[in-house]
Design a protein around this ligand. Structure first.
Ligand code: PGA
Length: 248
């Protein structure tokens, strides 16, 4: 369960408060790994705990040097983070390409971080063009990854049209199930069936306490990348509680 805080909250005090509230809930869970991905400057403000992992929302591929504004995998690791969200649609919308995504994935794996690779179509069409779009995005984003390295990443399927909406505008669980099969098929072609079946696939896009369980159960995903609801401690706690219960 990954909380993608995006460019929130507005202050360190609020970031600490929010993370402590999430930790309170996370401490009681046994089967669910909880990760917060805050804006970079808050990395050092989050409580380091076995029950709460830290992630980031981006990474740069070079080790160090003249790259104004970028943050290296080494620095991320030094802060104790274990996960890196890569290729989020909001970054892709700002110009991040599949090629950049691929370099970031390779660098993160080398550094021992777990990339959470976001993929998803921007919109849907009746001809099914979105399927070839997604296939190509997955292929290009994961290029350079060896067969065995597939198990080192998490894939977050995030249809862009379903992000930042209300729960009833999220993807429906049956449709999500179709997409998890489709994505596993693509992965199977690229990395072999066995590796594909082991891949951890999560979903993101307007997940909240009301739709989490049906999406997990009928959508056959292992977890969620949660934006808006992760900034509301009660809402996020309810999602965590529901997911934990479902796993029992
Ligand atoms: P949302 O964001 O939960 O607010 O839809 C998800 C995401 O963008 O990762």
């Amino acid at each position: 369960m990954i909380a993608n805080w995006k460019m929130n909250p507005g202050t360190r005090v609020l970031a600490r408060k929010l993370s402590r509230e999430i930790l309170k809930k996370a401490s009681r869970l046994k089967k669910t790994t909880v990760v917060i991905a805050p804006p970079f400057p808050f990395l050092g403000d989050l409580p380091i705990s076995k029950k709460l992992e830290i992630g980031t929302q981006d990474v740069f591929w070079a080790k160090e040097g003249a790259f104004t504004g970028q943050v290296s995998a080494q620095v991320i690791k030094d802060f104790g983070a274990k996960y890196v969200i890569i290729g989020h649609s909001e970054r892709r919308a700002l110009g991040e390409t599949d090629d950049m995504v691929s370099k970031k994935i390779i660098t993160s794996i080398k550094m021992g971080l777990t990339p959470v690779v976001c993929v998803g179509e921007t919109s849907r069409d009746h001809q099914g063009m979105y399927l070839s779009f997604l296939e190509n995005q997955i292929k290009e984003s994961l290029k350079g990854l060896s067969r065995g390295e597939l198990s080192r990443i998490i894939i977050a399927y995030e249809p862009v049209w379903a992000i930042g909406k209300s729960a009833n505008e999220a993807m429906n669980p049956e449709k999500l199930h179709e997409m998890t099969i489709f994505i596993k098929k693509i992965l199977s072609r690229l990395f072999g069936r066995e590796n594909a079946l082991k891949t951890v696939l999560i979903y993101g896009g307007s997940v909240d306490a009301t739709n989490a369980i049906s999406l997990m159960k009928d959508g056959t995903v292992k977890g969620f990348l949660v934006g808006r609801a992760s900034l509301e401690p009660n809402n996020f706690s309810s999602i965590l509680e529901a997911v934990e219960k479902y796993k029992e």
